[in-house]
Design a protein around this ligand. Structure first.
Ligand code: FAD
Ligand code: NAD
Length: 472
Protein backbone atom coordinates (compact mmCIF):
# COMPACT_ATOMS: atom_id res chain seq x y z
CA UNK A 1 0.00 0.00 0.00
CA UNK A 2 1.34 3.48 -0.93
CA UNK A 3 0.91 6.27 1.58
CA UNK A 4 0.52 9.95 0.76
CA UNK A 5 0.29 12.90 3.14
CA UNK A 6 -1.39 15.98 1.79
CA UNK A 7 -3.13 19.18 2.82
CA UNK A 8 -6.39 18.53 0.97
CA UNK A 9 -7.88 15.36 -0.46
CA UNK A 10 -10.87 15.88 -2.73
CA UNK A 11 -13.12 12.91 -3.48
CA UNK A 12 -14.86 13.44 -6.82
CA UNK A 13 -13.70 15.28 -9.94
CA UNK A 14 -16.96 16.96 -11.01
CA UNK A 15 -18.03 20.60 -10.94
CA UNK A 16 -17.42 21.06 -7.20
CA UNK A 17 -14.27 18.95 -6.78
CA UNK A 18 -12.49 20.40 -9.79
CA UNK A 19 -13.22 24.00 -8.76
CA UNK A 20 -11.70 23.37 -5.34
CA UNK A 21 -8.71 21.48 -6.76
CA UNK A 22 -7.86 24.25 -9.24
CA UNK A 23 -8.33 27.02 -6.66
CA UNK A 24 -6.50 25.33 -3.78
CA UNK A 25 -3.45 24.15 -5.74
CA UNK A 26 -2.96 27.54 -7.39
CA UNK A 27 -3.03 29.16 -3.96
CA UNK A 28 -0.25 26.90 -2.71
CA UNK A 29 -1.97 23.92 -1.05
CA UNK A 30 -0.90 20.30 -1.66
CA UNK A 31 -3.92 18.67 -3.30
CA UNK A 32 -4.85 15.05 -4.08
CA UNK A 33 -7.92 14.54 -6.28
CA UNK A 34 -9.69 11.18 -6.54
CA UNK A 35 -11.98 10.47 -9.49
CA UNK A 36 -13.30 6.94 -9.96
CA UNK A 37 -15.04 7.48 -13.28
CA UNK A 38 -15.01 10.41 -15.74
CA UNK A 39 -13.30 13.72 -15.01
CA UNK A 40 -15.86 16.51 -15.26
CA UNK A 41 -18.56 14.48 -13.51
CA UNK A 42 -22.22 14.64 -14.36
CA UNK A 43 -22.32 18.17 -15.71
CA UNK A 44 -19.81 17.55 -18.49
CA UNK A 45 -20.61 13.95 -19.31
CA UNK A 46 -24.29 13.29 -18.56
CA UNK A 47 -25.86 16.56 -17.50
CA UNK A 48 -25.69 20.25 -18.34
CA UNK A 49 -23.36 20.03 -21.31
CA UNK A 50 -24.98 17.20 -23.31
CA UNK A 51 -28.48 18.41 -22.49
CA UNK A 52 -27.77 21.95 -23.63
CA UNK A 53 -26.04 20.65 -26.77
CA UNK A 54 -29.07 18.50 -27.63
CA UNK A 55 -31.35 21.47 -26.93
CA UNK A 56 -29.25 23.49 -29.40
CA UNK A 57 -29.80 20.85 -32.12
CA UNK A 58 -33.49 20.84 -31.33
CA UNK A 59 -33.65 24.63 -31.55
CA UNK A 60 -32.23 24.50 -35.07
CA UNK A 61 -34.61 21.73 -36.06
CA UNK A 62 -37.52 23.85 -34.86
CA UNK A 63 -36.38 27.30 -36.03
CA UNK A 64 -37.89 27.09 -39.53
CA UNK A 65 -41.36 26.27 -38.17
CA UNK A 66 -42.02 29.89 -37.23
CA UNK A 67 -40.49 31.40 -40.37
CA UNK A 68 -43.77 32.63 -41.85
CA UNK A 69 -44.18 35.19 -39.05
CA UNK A 70 -40.98 36.85 -40.27
CA UNK A 71 -41.82 36.78 -43.98
CA UNK A 72 -39.60 33.79 -44.66
CA UNK A 73 -40.82 30.52 -46.11
CA UNK A 74 -41.56 27.85 -43.50
CA UNK A 75 -39.15 24.90 -43.61
CA UNK A 76 -39.32 21.51 -41.95
CA UNK A 77 -35.74 20.24 -41.98
CA UNK A 78 -34.85 16.56 -42.00
CA UNK A 79 -33.34 15.63 -38.65
CA UNK A 80 -30.47 13.17 -38.38
CA UNK A 81 -30.85 12.12 -34.73
CA UNK A 82 -27.57 10.18 -34.70
CA UNK A 83 -25.75 13.22 -36.11
CA UNK A 84 -27.33 15.37 -33.39
CA UNK A 85 -25.79 12.95 -30.89
CA UNK A 86 -22.45 13.32 -32.67
CA UNK A 87 -22.79 17.06 -32.12
CA UNK A 88 -23.49 16.39 -28.41
CA UNK A 89 -20.35 14.28 -28.05
CA UNK A 90 -18.28 16.76 -30.02
CA UNK A 91 -19.35 19.51 -27.59
CA UNK A 92 -18.38 17.31 -24.63
CA UNK A 93 -15.01 16.56 -26.26
CA UNK A 94 -14.39 20.27 -26.88
CA UNK A 95 -14.93 21.16 -23.22
CA UNK A 96 -13.30 18.01 -21.76
CA UNK A 97 -9.65 19.23 -21.85
CA UNK A 98 -10.54 21.92 -19.30
CA UNK A 99 -11.55 19.16 -16.86
CA UNK A 100 -8.87 16.65 -17.87
CA UNK A 101 -6.33 14.75 -15.78
CA UNK A 102 -3.58 16.35 -17.89
CA UNK A 103 -4.73 19.89 -17.09
CA UNK A 104 -5.04 19.22 -13.39
CA UNK A 105 -1.70 17.42 -13.18
CA UNK A 106 -0.25 20.38 -15.05
CA UNK A 107 -1.57 22.65 -12.30
CA UNK A 108 0.20 20.44 -9.74
CA UNK A 109 -2.73 18.36 -8.49
CA UNK A 110 -1.99 14.70 -7.72
CA UNK A 111 -4.87 13.01 -9.60
CA UNK A 112 -5.63 9.40 -8.69
CA UNK A 113 -8.14 7.72 -10.99
CA UNK A 114 -9.78 5.50 -8.40
CA UNK A 115 -12.86 5.60 -6.19
CA UNK A 116 -12.09 6.72 -2.65
CA UNK A 117 -13.43 5.41 0.65
CA UNK A 118 -12.80 6.42 4.22
CA UNK A 119 -10.82 3.95 6.30
CA UNK A 120 -10.54 6.22 9.34
CA UNK A 121 -11.40 9.78 10.35
CA UNK A 122 -8.15 11.01 8.81
CA UNK A 123 -7.52 8.55 5.97
CA UNK A 124 -9.08 7.67 2.64
CA UNK A 125 -8.10 4.70 0.50
CA UNK A 126 -8.12 4.87 -3.30
CA UNK A 127 -7.00 1.66 -5.01
CA UNK A 128 -3.69 0.74 -3.40
CA UNK A 129 -3.02 4.22 -2.04
CA UNK A 130 -3.88 5.55 1.40
CA UNK A 131 -4.20 9.32 1.59
CA UNK A 132 -3.79 11.01 4.93
CA UNK A 133 -5.04 14.58 4.67
CA UNK A 134 -5.48 17.57 6.94
CA UNK A 135 -8.84 18.22 5.21
CA UNK A 136 -11.12 16.09 3.02
CA UNK A 137 -13.79 17.30 0.63
CA UNK A 138 -16.59 14.94 -0.36
CA UNK A 139 -17.65 16.07 -3.85
CA UNK A 140 -19.12 12.85 -5.18
CA UNK A 141 -22.27 14.31 -6.74
CA UNK A 142 -25.43 12.40 -7.53
CA UNK A 143 -26.83 9.96 -10.05
CA UNK A 144 -30.29 9.31 -11.43
CA UNK A 145 -32.82 7.98 -8.96
CA UNK A 146 -34.52 4.93 -10.41
CA UNK A 147 -37.44 4.24 -8.06
CA UNK A 148 -38.70 0.75 -7.30
CA UNK A 149 -41.69 0.94 -9.67
CA UNK A 150 -42.91 -2.63 -10.30
CA UNK A 151 -41.96 -3.83 -13.78
CA UNK A 152 -39.22 -1.25 -14.31
CA UNK A 153 -36.53 -3.92 -14.08
CA UNK A 154 -38.07 -5.80 -17.02
CA UNK A 155 -37.86 -2.98 -19.60
CA UNK A 156 -35.04 -0.91 -21.10
CA UNK A 157 -34.73 2.19 -18.95
CA UNK A 158 -33.02 5.34 -20.13
CA UNK A 159 -31.73 7.91 -17.67
CA UNK A 160 -29.52 10.96 -18.11
CA UNK A 161 -26.56 8.53 -18.00
CA UNK A 162 -27.39 6.72 -21.24
CA UNK A 163 -29.95 8.83 -23.16
CA UNK A 164 -27.15 10.85 -24.78
CA UNK A 165 -25.65 7.64 -26.21
CA UNK A 166 -28.95 6.53 -27.81
CA UNK A 167 -28.49 6.86 -31.58
CA UNK A 168 -31.84 5.77 -32.99
CA UNK A 169 -34.54 8.40 -32.63
CA UNK A 170 -37.30 7.21 -30.30
CA UNK A 171 -40.62 6.98 -32.16
CA UNK A 172 -42.43 7.76 -28.96
CA UNK A 173 -40.49 8.74 -25.85
CA UNK A 174 -42.31 8.29 -22.56
CA UNK A 175 -40.75 10.38 -19.80
CA UNK A 176 -41.54 9.75 -16.14
CA UNK A 177 -40.95 13.01 -14.26
CA UNK A 178 -41.84 16.58 -15.19
CA UNK A 179 -38.91 18.33 -13.49
CA UNK A 180 -36.15 20.18 -15.36
CA UNK A 181 -34.55 17.03 -16.78
CA UNK A 182 -37.86 15.62 -18.01
CA UNK A 183 -39.11 18.88 -19.54
CA UNK A 184 -35.82 19.88 -21.20
CA UNK A 185 -35.56 16.42 -22.77
CA UNK A 186 -39.26 16.42 -23.72
CA UNK A 187 -39.02 19.58 -25.79
CA UNK A 188 -35.67 18.59 -27.31
CA UNK A 189 -37.10 15.27 -28.47
CA UNK A 190 -40.39 16.60 -29.80
CA UNK A 191 -38.42 19.14 -31.84
CA UNK A 192 -36.13 16.40 -33.13
CA UNK A 193 -39.16 14.49 -34.38
CA UNK A 194 -40.16 12.07 -31.61
CA UNK A 195 -43.63 11.85 -30.16
CA UNK A 196 -43.28 12.64 -26.45
CA UNK A 197 -45.47 11.94 -23.40
CA UNK A 198 -44.50 13.25 -19.96
CA UNK A 199 -45.99 11.47 -16.98
CA UNK A 200 -45.80 13.62 -13.85
CA UNK A 201 -46.98 12.46 -10.43
CA UNK A 202 -47.73 15.96 -9.15
CA UNK A 203 -47.22 19.25 -11.07
CA UNK A 204 -44.71 19.73 -13.88
CA UNK A 205 -42.06 22.33 -12.95
CA UNK A 206 -43.28 21.82 -9.37
CA UNK A 207 -40.38 23.83 -7.87
CA UNK A 208 -41.17 26.95 -9.93
CA UNK A 209 -43.86 29.62 -9.67
CA UNK A 210 -47.02 27.97 -11.09
CA UNK A 211 -48.11 31.07 -13.03
CA UNK A 212 -44.78 31.18 -14.84
CA UNK A 213 -44.56 27.40 -15.24
CA UNK A 214 -47.94 27.59 -17.01
CA UNK A 215 -46.49 29.91 -19.68
CA UNK A 216 -43.79 27.37 -20.51
CA UNK A 217 -46.13 24.39 -20.32
CA UNK A 218 -48.55 26.04 -22.73
CA UNK A 219 -45.79 26.36 -25.31
CA UNK A 220 -44.55 22.79 -24.77
CA UNK A 221 -48.09 21.50 -25.30
CA UNK A 222 -48.51 23.69 -28.40
CA UNK A 223 -45.36 22.09 -29.82
CA UNK A 224 -46.87 18.65 -29.28
CA UNK A 225 -45.54 17.43 -25.93
CA UNK A 226 -48.28 15.45 -24.19
CA UNK A 227 -48.14 16.25 -20.46
CA UNK A 228 -50.15 14.18 -18.00
CA UNK A 229 -50.06 15.71 -14.51
CA UNK A 230 -51.23 14.11 -11.27
CA UNK A 231 -50.29 10.74 -12.78
CA UNK A 232 -47.91 8.88 -10.47
CA UNK A 233 -46.27 6.00 -12.36
CA UNK A 234 -47.33 2.91 -10.41
CA UNK A 235 -46.37 0.07 -12.70
CA UNK A 236 -44.45 -0.47 -15.92
CA UNK A 237 -44.92 -3.26 -18.44
CA UNK A 238 -43.58 -3.89 -21.89
CA UNK A 239 -41.94 -5.90 -24.57
CA UNK A 240 -39.23 -5.08 -27.15
CA UNK A 241 -39.93 -1.63 -28.59
CA UNK A 242 -43.05 -1.09 -26.49
CA UNK A 243 -43.25 0.17 -22.97
CA UNK A 244 -46.40 1.00 -21.03
CA UNK A 245 -46.56 3.12 -17.89
CA UNK A 246 -49.61 2.58 -15.72
CA UNK A 247 -50.95 5.53 -13.71
CA UNK A 248 -54.22 6.47 -11.99
CA UNK A 249 -54.90 8.63 -15.07
CA UNK A 250 -54.59 5.68 -17.44
CA UNK A 251 -51.88 3.68 -19.21
CA UNK A 252 -49.48 5.36 -21.64
CA UNK A 253 -47.44 3.44 -24.19
CA UNK A 254 -44.39 4.39 -26.20
CA UNK A 255 -41.24 2.98 -27.75
CA UNK A 256 -38.64 4.23 -25.22
CA UNK A 257 -38.73 5.15 -21.53
CA UNK A 258 -36.74 7.94 -19.86
CA UNK A 259 -36.84 8.07 -16.08
CA UNK A 260 -36.20 11.55 -14.64
CA UNK A 261 -37.71 11.55 -11.17
CA UNK A 262 -34.91 13.17 -9.20
CA UNK A 263 -31.45 12.31 -7.94
CA UNK A 264 -29.74 9.90 -5.55
CA UNK A 265 -26.56 11.15 -3.87
CA UNK A 266 -23.36 9.17 -4.51
CA UNK A 267 -22.36 7.97 -1.04
CA UNK A 268 -22.47 4.18 -1.34
CA UNK A 269 -18.76 3.74 -2.11
CA UNK A 270 -17.50 6.19 0.52
CA UNK A 271 -17.84 4.22 3.77
CA UNK A 272 -18.76 7.45 5.54
CA UNK A 273 -19.24 5.54 8.80
CA UNK A 274 -15.53 4.67 8.85
CA UNK A 275 -14.79 8.39 8.45
CA UNK A 276 -17.14 9.34 11.28
CA UNK A 277 -19.18 11.38 8.79
CA UNK A 278 -22.92 11.62 9.47
CA UNK A 279 -25.22 11.33 6.45
CA UNK A 280 -28.71 10.44 5.39
CA UNK A 281 -30.46 9.78 2.05
CA UNK A 282 -30.15 13.48 1.20
CA UNK A 283 -26.35 13.47 1.54
CA UNK A 284 -23.63 14.43 4.02
CA UNK A 285 -24.98 16.32 7.02
CA UNK A 286 -23.15 19.65 7.00
CA UNK A 287 -23.23 22.90 8.97
CA UNK A 288 -23.61 26.35 7.41
CA UNK A 289 -19.93 26.27 6.43
CA UNK A 290 -20.42 22.96 4.55
CA UNK A 291 -18.42 21.09 7.22
CA UNK A 292 -19.48 17.65 8.36
CA UNK A 293 -21.41 17.98 11.62
CA UNK A 294 -19.51 15.02 13.06
CA UNK A 295 -15.98 15.22 11.58
CA UNK A 296 -14.58 18.74 11.29
CA UNK A 297 -11.81 17.60 8.93
CA UNK A 298 -14.42 16.77 6.31
CA UNK A 299 -16.37 19.15 4.07
CA UNK A 300 -19.03 18.32 1.47
CA UNK A 301 -19.88 20.34 -1.63
CA UNK A 302 -22.21 20.18 -4.62
CA UNK A 303 -25.04 17.70 -5.06
CA UNK A 304 -23.84 15.48 -2.19
CA UNK A 305 -24.10 18.35 0.31
CA UNK A 306 -27.87 17.97 0.38
CA UNK A 307 -29.05 21.34 -0.97
CA UNK A 308 -29.76 22.75 -4.41
CA UNK A 309 -28.29 20.59 -7.15
CA UNK A 310 -26.75 22.84 -9.79
CA UNK A 311 -23.29 23.24 -11.26
CA UNK A 312 -23.10 26.89 -10.25
CA UNK A 313 -24.01 25.89 -6.67
CA UNK A 314 -21.13 23.38 -6.62
CA UNK A 315 -18.87 26.18 -7.89
CA UNK A 316 -20.15 28.56 -5.22
CA UNK A 317 -19.61 25.89 -2.54
CA UNK A 318 -16.00 25.63 -3.70
CA UNK A 319 -15.42 29.28 -2.80
CA UNK A 320 -17.07 28.82 0.61
CA UNK A 321 -14.86 25.88 1.61
CA UNK A 322 -11.64 27.26 0.13
CA UNK A 323 -11.96 30.33 2.37
CA UNK A 324 -12.31 28.08 5.39
CA UNK A 325 -9.77 25.35 4.45
CA UNK A 326 -6.99 27.54 3.09
CA UNK A 327 -7.23 30.65 5.19
CA UNK A 328 -8.91 29.30 8.31
CA UNK A 329 -11.47 32.10 8.01
CA UNK A 330 -15.09 31.77 9.09
CA UNK A 331 -17.16 31.00 6.02
CA UNK A 332 -20.86 30.32 5.61
CA UNK A 333 -22.94 29.55 2.59
CA UNK A 334 -25.98 31.63 1.65
CA UNK A 335 -28.83 30.28 -0.42
CA UNK A 336 -31.08 33.34 -0.78
CA UNK A 337 -29.15 34.63 -3.81
CA UNK A 338 -28.80 31.40 -5.81
CA UNK A 339 -30.47 31.53 -9.23
CA UNK A 340 -31.52 28.68 -11.48
CA UNK A 341 -32.79 28.39 -15.01
CA UNK A 342 -34.46 25.69 -17.05
CA UNK A 343 -33.49 25.79 -20.70
CA UNK A 344 -36.79 25.04 -22.33
CA UNK A 345 -38.17 27.48 -24.88
CA UNK A 346 -39.29 29.78 -23.39
CA UNK A 347 -36.87 29.58 -20.49
CA UNK A 348 -37.86 29.59 -16.85
CA UNK A 349 -35.68 31.18 -14.18
CA UNK A 350 -35.77 32.01 -10.51
CA UNK A 351 -33.66 33.64 -7.83
CA UNK A 352 -34.51 34.02 -4.16
CA UNK A 353 -38.11 33.66 -3.03
CA UNK A 354 -41.06 32.82 -5.26
CA UNK A 355 -44.23 34.86 -4.75
CA UNK A 356 -45.74 32.15 -2.55
CA UNK A 357 -42.60 31.83 -0.39
CA UNK A 358 -42.26 35.61 -0.11
CA UNK A 359 -45.92 35.96 0.97
CA UNK A 360 -45.38 33.38 3.70
CA UNK A 361 -42.19 35.03 4.92
CA UNK A 362 -42.99 38.73 4.57
CA UNK A 363 -46.81 38.94 4.66
CA UNK A 364 -48.10 42.49 4.27
CA UNK A 365 -44.60 43.91 3.71
CA UNK A 366 -44.39 42.19 0.34
CA UNK A 367 -45.00 44.03 -2.92
CA UNK A 368 -44.99 42.04 -6.16
CA UNK A 369 -44.25 43.96 -9.36
CA UNK A 370 -44.89 42.46 -12.79
CA UNK A 371 -43.98 43.24 -16.35
CA UNK A 372 -45.06 41.38 -19.45
CA UNK A 373 -42.75 40.66 -22.37
CA UNK A 374 -45.40 41.90 -24.82
CA UNK A 375 -44.56 45.50 -23.84
CA UNK A 376 -40.84 45.16 -24.62
CA UNK A 377 -39.96 46.52 -28.07
CA UNK A 378 -37.18 44.02 -28.74
CA UNK A 379 -39.43 41.11 -27.79
CA UNK A 380 -42.04 42.49 -30.20
CA UNK A 381 -39.45 42.77 -33.00
CA UNK A 382 -38.27 39.21 -32.35
CA UNK A 383 -41.86 37.97 -31.89
CA UNK A 384 -40.95 36.55 -28.49
CA UNK A 385 -43.75 38.24 -26.62
CA UNK A 386 -44.97 35.40 -24.44
CA UNK A 387 -43.40 35.94 -21.06
CA UNK A 388 -43.64 37.53 -17.66
CA UNK A 389 -41.33 38.76 -14.92
CA UNK A 390 -42.40 39.04 -11.31
CA UNK A 391 -40.19 40.68 -8.71
CA UNK A 392 -40.84 40.25 -5.02
CA UNK A 393 -39.91 43.45 -3.15
CA UNK A 394 -39.69 44.10 0.58
CA UNK A 395 -38.92 47.65 1.80
CA UNK A 396 -37.42 48.68 -1.50
CA UNK A 397 -35.18 45.61 -1.93
CA UNK A 398 -35.79 42.61 -4.18
CA UNK A 399 -36.03 39.32 -2.28
CA UNK A 400 -36.89 37.19 -5.29
CA UNK A 401 -37.45 37.29 -9.03
CA UNK A 402 -39.19 34.80 -11.30
CA UNK A 403 -39.09 34.98 -15.08
CA UNK A 404 -40.64 32.92 -17.86
CA UNK A 405 -39.79 33.95 -21.39
CA UNK A 406 -37.13 34.44 -24.02
CA UNK A 407 -33.62 34.57 -22.45
CA UNK A 408 -35.05 34.28 -18.92
CA UNK A 409 -31.85 32.50 -17.86
CA UNK A 410 -29.83 35.55 -18.89
CA UNK A 411 -32.22 38.14 -17.42
CA UNK A 412 -32.15 36.56 -13.97
CA UNK A 413 -28.47 37.53 -13.63
CA UNK A 414 -29.27 41.18 -12.82
CA UNK A 415 -31.60 40.16 -10.00
CA UNK A 416 -29.10 37.58 -8.72
CA UNK A 417 -26.52 40.39 -8.54
CA UNK A 418 -28.93 42.75 -6.80
CA UNK A 419 -29.94 40.16 -4.21
CA UNK A 420 -26.37 38.89 -3.66
CA UNK A 421 -25.24 42.45 -2.95
CA UNK A 422 -28.38 43.43 -1.02
CA UNK A 423 -29.03 46.25 -3.48
CA UNK A 424 -32.22 48.26 -3.68
CA UNK A 425 -34.64 48.46 -6.59
CA UNK A 426 -32.99 51.80 -7.41
CA UNK A 427 -29.85 49.87 -8.47
CA UNK A 428 -31.83 48.38 -11.36
CA UNK A 429 -33.93 51.49 -12.02
CA UNK A 430 -30.85 53.75 -12.17
CA UNK A 431 -29.05 51.49 -14.66
CA UNK A 432 -29.24 52.70 -18.24
CA UNK A 433 -29.61 49.78 -20.66
CA UNK A 434 -29.22 49.87 -24.42
CA UNK A 435 -32.43 50.15 -26.43
CA UNK A 436 -33.88 47.88 -27.69
CA UNK A 437 -32.80 44.94 -25.54
CA UNK A 438 -34.64 42.17 -23.79
CA UNK A 439 -32.85 43.14 -20.57
CA UNK A 440 -34.93 46.33 -20.48
CA UNK A 441 -37.62 44.00 -19.12
CA UNK A 442 -35.69 44.07 -15.85
CA UNK A 443 -35.60 47.85 -15.81
CA UNK A 444 -39.29 48.08 -16.64
CA UNK A 445 -40.07 45.73 -13.74
CA UNK A 446 -38.13 48.09 -11.47
CA UNK A 447 -40.02 50.94 -13.12
CA UNK A 448 -43.29 49.23 -12.25
CA UNK A 449 -42.21 49.47 -8.62
CA UNK A 450 -41.50 53.20 -8.76
CA UNK A 451 -44.24 54.33 -11.19
CA UNK A 452 -47.13 54.44 -8.70
CA UNK A 453 -44.87 56.21 -6.19
CA UNK A 454 -44.08 58.90 -8.76
CA UNK A 455 -47.10 59.10 -11.02
CA UNK A 456 -49.94 58.38 -8.59
CA UNK A 457 -48.71 60.41 -5.64
CA UNK A 458 -50.57 63.58 -4.60
CA UNK A 459 -47.45 64.61 -2.66
CA UNK A 460 -45.27 64.49 -5.79
CA UNK A 461 -47.90 66.41 -7.75
CA UNK A 462 -48.09 69.10 -5.05
CA UNK A 463 -44.29 69.47 -4.92
CA UNK A 464 -44.01 69.69 -8.72
CA UNK A 465 -46.84 72.29 -8.77
CA UNK A 466 -45.07 74.43 -6.14
CA UNK A 467 -41.64 74.17 -7.78
CA UNK A 468 -43.11 75.12 -11.15
CA UNK A 469 -44.54 78.31 -9.63
CA UNK A 470 -41.14 79.28 -8.23
CA UNK A 471 -39.03 78.42 -11.25
CA UNK A 472 -38.24 81.36 -13.54
C1 FAD B 1 -29.54 15.97 -17.38
C2 FAD B 1 -29.00 16.99 -16.41
C3 FAD B 1 -28.94 18.32 -16.81
C4 FAD B 1 -28.43 19.26 -15.94
N1 FAD B 1 -28.39 20.56 -16.34
C5 FAD B 1 -27.90 21.51 -15.52
C6 FAD B 1 -27.81 22.86 -15.93
O1 FAD B 1 -28.18 23.20 -17.06
N2 FAD B 1 -27.31 23.77 -15.08
C7 FAD B 1 -26.88 23.42 -13.82
O2 FAD B 1 -26.42 24.28 -13.08
N3 FAD B 1 -26.94 22.14 -13.39
C8 FAD B 1 -27.45 21.18 -14.20
N4 FAD B 1 -27.48 19.89 -13.79
C9 FAD B 1 -27.00 19.55 -12.44
C10 FAD B 1 -25.45 19.42 -12.41
O3 FAD B 1 -25.03 18.49 -13.37
C11 FAD B 1 -25.00 18.99 -11.03
O4 FAD B 1 -25.57 19.81 -10.05
C12 FAD B 1 -23.47 19.07 -10.91
O5 FAD B 1 -22.86 18.22 -11.82
C13 FAD B 1 -23.05 18.69 -9.49
O6 FAD B 1 -21.65 18.75 -9.38
P1 FAD B 1 -20.90 17.86 -8.28
O7 FAD B 1 -19.48 18.28 -8.32
O8 FAD B 1 -21.63 17.92 -7.01
O9 FAD B 1 -21.07 16.36 -8.80
P2 FAD B 1 -20.67 15.65 -10.18
O10 FAD B 1 -20.49 16.63 -11.25
O11 FAD B 1 -21.67 14.60 -10.38
O12 FAD B 1 -19.26 15.00 -9.88
C14 FAD B 1 -19.08 13.99 -8.93
C15 FAD B 1 -17.92 13.13 -9.36
O13 FAD B 1 -17.54 12.30 -8.27
C16 FAD B 1 -17.17 11.02 -8.77
N5 FAD B 1 -17.27 10.07 -7.66
C17 FAD B 1 -18.39 9.59 -7.08
N6 FAD B 1 -18.06 8.80 -6.03
C18 FAD B 1 -16.72 8.81 -5.95
C19 FAD B 1 -15.78 8.19 -5.06
N7 FAD B 1 -16.17 7.45 -4.02
N8 FAD B 1 -14.47 8.38 -5.30
C20 FAD B 1 -14.02 9.14 -6.34
N9 FAD B 1 -14.87 9.74 -7.20
C21 FAD B 1 -16.19 9.59 -6.99
C22 FAD B 1 -18.13 10.78 -9.91
O14 FAD B 1 -17.61 9.82 -10.81
C23 FAD B 1 -18.24 12.19 -10.50
O15 FAD B 1 -17.30 12.37 -11.53
C24 FAD B 1 -27.97 18.89 -14.64
C25 FAD B 1 -28.03 17.55 -14.25
C26 FAD B 1 -28.52 16.61 -15.13
C27 FAD B 1 -28.55 15.18 -14.69
N1 NAD C 1 -31.42 23.60 -16.18
C1 NAD C 1 -30.95 23.11 -15.05
O1 NAD C 1 -30.31 23.79 -14.25
C2 NAD C 1 -31.16 21.65 -14.74
C3 NAD C 1 -31.57 20.78 -15.73
C4 NAD C 1 -31.76 19.47 -15.39
C5 NAD C 1 -31.52 19.05 -14.08
N2 NAD C 1 -31.11 19.91 -13.15
C6 NAD C 1 -30.88 19.47 -11.74
O2 NAD C 1 -31.15 18.09 -11.62
C7 NAD C 1 -32.12 17.88 -10.60
C8 NAD C 1 -32.94 16.68 -10.90
O3 NAD C 1 -33.86 16.92 -11.96
P1 NAD C 1 -35.12 15.98 -12.16
O4 NAD C 1 -35.95 16.61 -13.21
O5 NAD C 1 -34.72 14.56 -12.29
O6 NAD C 1 -35.77 15.99 -10.72
P2 NAD C 1 -36.91 16.83 -9.97
O7 NAD C 1 -36.92 16.31 -8.59
O8 NAD C 1 -36.73 18.28 -10.14
O9 NAD C 1 -38.26 16.42 -10.73
C9 NAD C 1 -38.72 15.09 -10.72
C10 NAD C 1 -40.21 15.05 -10.97
O10 NAD C 1 -40.60 13.67 -11.04
C11 NAD C 1 -41.86 13.52 -10.41
N3 NAD C 1 -42.00 12.11 -9.99
C12 NAD C 1 -41.33 11.46 -9.02
N4 NAD C 1 -41.72 10.16 -8.97
C13 NAD C 1 -42.66 9.99 -9.92
C14 NAD C 1 -43.45 8.88 -10.37
N5 NAD C 1 -43.34 7.66 -9.82
N6 NAD C 1 -44.32 9.07 -11.39
C15 NAD C 1 -44.45 10.28 -11.97
N7 NAD C 1 -43.73 11.37 -11.59
C16 NAD C 1 -42.85 11.23 -10.59
C17 NAD C 1 -41.82 14.52 -9.26
O11 NAD C 1 -43.14 14.88 -8.87
C18 NAD C 1 -41.04 15.68 -9.87
O12 NAD C 1 -41.88 16.66 -10.45
C19 NAD C 1 -32.89 19.19 -10.58
O13 NAD C 1 -33.55 19.39 -9.36
C20 NAD C 1 -31.83 20.20 -10.82
O14 NAD C 1 -31.21 20.49 -9.58
C21 NAD C 1 -30.93 21.22 -13.46
Amino acid sequence: MNRIKTDICIIGGGSGGLSIAAGAVQMGAKVVLLEGHKMGGDCLNYGCVPSKALIASAKHAHAGQDNAKYGVEKVSPTVDYAAAKDHVHDVIATIAPVDSVERFEGLGVNVIQEYGKFISKTEVQAGDTVIEARRFVVATGSGPLVPPIPGLEDVDVYTNENIFDLRERPDHLIIIGGGPIGMEMAQAHVRLGSKVTVIEGAKAFGKDDPELAAIVLENLKAEGVEIIEGAQAEKVSGSKGKVTVHTPKGAFSGSHLLVAVGRKVNIDKLDLDAGGVKYDRGGVKVDAGLRSVTNKKVYAVGDVAGGMQFTHVAGYHAGVVIRSMLFGLPSKQRTDHIPWATYTDPELSQVGLTEEQAKKKHGANLEVVRFEYEHNDRAIAERKTKGLIKVMVVKGRPVGASIAGYLAGELIGMWAMAIANKQKMTAIANTVLPYPTISEINKRAAGAYFSPRLFESDKVKTIVGLVQRWLP
